[in-house]
Design a protein around this ligand. Structure first.
Ligand code: PGA
Length: 262
């Protein structure tokens, strides 16, 4: 079912002490806000934090007995084996992690993750029972060349190949993140973001011929989201939530974003 999903992607920020400090401020602020807690109780809002791998256990301990979802920023395409430095999706699931981000543009660009490689990761994560926040988005050059939607379509079609429509709707959250808007302070205009998110929903309908799946899939916008632009973005019809990077590292700004989302 579609609901608002506000996710904080900490990237490589917040060490163990900062993680603890974050939750010490974030949890009371979240739980004492009646509107937020009611929305979470009524299943109309989910709040998720994606800390660094090192901070996952601390985050899980701190968020225990709260509705905050803790997710990982990456997972391997295999569950066990000789993969120095990798994170097993099986280990994540066993530890109580429920979500994983895959296909983030930083992983694609800096770590050379291709659509077909990501497809293996997505399938493995689903097999292990994880939900996947799958990122898509175009570069500025692709946008200027008028091929943004074609690029997104390829990321979607290859990255999510073989995944049935029902799973797309229930287990995959699509995050549209125009690469030119990530960490740059440049946000897509709410109308532009809405148009692309609407096109992604239409694309799901076109690919699967499944109106229900297209209507139910949660689609996020990400890229320079801040407390000040939250309302304009979240009120767009096809934007269900936000994937927040820089502005999620500090508890007060993420709380403000959550508040502005409901
Ligand atoms: P940003 O990052 O909010 O710092 O632009 C978003 C993301 O990369 O998920």
């Amino acid at each position: 079912m579609r609901r608002k999903f506000i996710a904080g992607n900490w990237k490589m920020f917040n060490d163990l002490k900062e993680t603890k400090n974050f939750f010490e401020s974030f949890i009371p602020a979240l739980t004492k806000d009646e509107q937020i807690t009611n929305a979470i109780k009524n299943n109309t809002l989910e709040v998720a934090i994606f800390p660094t791998a090192l901070s996952l256990s601390t985050a899980l301990d701190n968020a225990k007995d709260t509705p905050i979802i803790i997710g990982a920023q990456n997972a391997c395409s295999d569950i066990e084996g000789a993969y120095t430095g990798e994170i097993s999706p099986m280990h994540l699931a066993k530890a109580g992690i429920t979500h994983v981000i895959l296909g983030h543009s930083e992983r694609r660009k800096l770590f050379y993750e291709t659509n077909s490689f990501l497809n293996r990761k997505v399938k493995r994560a689903l097999e292990e029972g994880l939900k996947v926040v799958f990122c898509v988005g175009e570069t500025l050059e692709e946008r200027d060349a008028g091929v943004a939607l074609a690029m997104i379509r390829e990321e979607f079609q290859v990255g999510l190949a073989g995944i049935p429509a029902k799973d797309i709707a229930e287990k995959i959250i699509i995050a549209y993140e125009p690469i030119w808007a990530i960490g740059t302070g440049r946000t897509a205009s709410p109308e532009d973001a809405q148009n692309v998110c609407r096109s992604i929903r239409k694309m799901i309908y076109g690919l699967y011929d499944d109106e229900r799946a297209a209507a139910d899939t949660i689609i996020l916008y990400g890229g320079s989201v801040k407390p000040e632009n939250t309302k304009y973005l979240i009120t767009q019809l096809d934007i269900d939530g936000l994937l927040v990077g820089g502005a999620s590292v500090k508890a007060d700004s993420l709380i403000q974003i959550v508040k502005n989302s409901i």
